[in-house]
Design a protein. Structure first.
Length: 83
């Protein structure tokens, strides 16, 4: 086997390994749950550097929003088809 063929084979093998390892390293994307979304909002709020009164007020808003019932697309579709 000549040098050029070896070089091309090695290049192709390294490229194939890089592509395959890149595909395997990406996690499957999924939507955040309501609890995860609320936690992210609270963490972002902590980083904003607000005064204590403003922080507490906005934290209460986030906490209250977390206590609301979650409406899904399936529930919306059922409601619209019934009447």
């Amino acid at each position: 086997m000549n040098t050029l063929a070896r070089l091309l084979s090695a290049t192709f093998a390294m490229f194939a390994i890089a592509v395959l390892s890149g595909c395997a390293s990406h996690p499957e994307l999924r939507p955040y749950s309501a609890q995860e979304t609320r936690q992210l909002q609270l963490e972002a709020l902590q980083r904003r550097g607000l005064s204590l009164d403003d922080y507490e007020q906005q934290r209460r808003v986030i906490q209250r929003a977390g206590n609301l019932p979650v409406v899904t697309e399936v529930a919306d579709a059922d409601r619209s088809s019934k009447g």
